[in-house]
Design a protein around this ligand. Structure first.
Ligand code: ATP
Ligand code: MG
Length: 247
């Protein structure tokens, strides 16, 4: 099982939209996919039409690692499952801190379900904390949506420095441009210098598109309600590139 995490220190940059749409692309490729919604806001859970509730909550999930086997839900897509968000995820740092080897806890949880799935996508909340450290140890790659602006590039650079400083993290960073609006000169300028600045970046980009907002209305990946839009094509291309990098 490969483990990807949609991660960014910044909020509102496309982590959840990426997690849900890329999971759907992987499902179409006949991979057995699990999405873990780590964010107490539960947006990915909402998009998959599942109740944001984990029986016994985040503390039990963290302290008794086998709990994961009993809290996974099926979605409307046969072969694409969800570990839903729970509001108690907001205290995940505290629960992790109470455990021995507190930064390797997610790795242990994830290993319980590894034979069941080809791909796990963890949708992370925006922060850098003990939860993030657990994600860095448990994941093969971080998928990092990056808006083409000065502050987003700076946030990615900070993350890159932090991860590179810690040799114990073996995780590969895969930043990609997100919400690109070529009518904005600043977006054009930063898009053009993205791969020179960050050669590890992906070539595929996700455009700005108001269709993505409609995921909240239809509660589904974009391709379900808007098959032929450019934005579905963007996510499919991004998925192909990620697939080629990770397999
Ligand atoms: N490509 C896109 N074009 C336009 N709007 C988008 C795009 N992708 C996502 N959005 C919208 O931007 C907002 C933030 O997206 P999303 O929830 O995916 O970000 P996030 O990084 O997961 O946020 P958070 O940090 O709160 O978890 C949402 O309202 C979403 O509908
Ligand atoms: Mg999110």
């Amino acid at each position: 099982m490969k483990v990807l995490a949609t991660y960014n220190i910044k909020g509102g940059v496309g982590k959840t939209a990426s997690a849900v749409n890329l999971a759907y692309c992987a499902f179409k490729d006949n991979l057995r996919v699990l999405v873990w919604d780590l964010d107490p806001q539960g947006a990915a859970t909402y998009y998959f039409r599942i109740k944001p509730k984990v029986k016994a909550g985040a503390r039990t999930l963290v302290s008794k690692v086998r709990t994961i086997n009993n809290v996974i839900k099926a979605t409307n897509f046969d072969g694409l499952d969800l570990l839903p968000a729970d509001f108690s995820n907001r205290n995940m740092d505290i629960y992790l801190n109470d455990e021995k080897k507190s930064d390797l806890r997610f790795r242990k949880i994830v290993s319980q379900i590894a034979p069941e799935y080809d791909l796990l996508i963890i949708d992370c909340p925006p922060s850098i904390s003990l939860v993030s450290k657990n994600v860095f140890f448990a994941s093969d790659c971080l998928l990092i949506p990056t808006i083409p602006t000065h502050l987003s590039f700076r946030a990615y650079d900070q993350l890159k420095r932090y991860i590179n400083k810690h040799e114990e993290f073996k995780v590969t960073m895969l930043p990609y441009l997100y919400m690109v609006d070529r009518r904005k000169s600043i977006h054009k300028q930063f898009s053009e210098k993205f791969l020179n600045t960050f050669p590890e970046g992906l070539e595929s980009q996700i455009s700005y598109s108001s269709i993505v907002e409609k995921m909240g209305i239809y509660r589904a990946p974009v391709e379900i309600f808007d098959t032929y839009s450019g934005i579905s094509t963007d996510f499919n291309k991004l998925w192909k590139e990620i697939y080629n990098r990770i397999i």
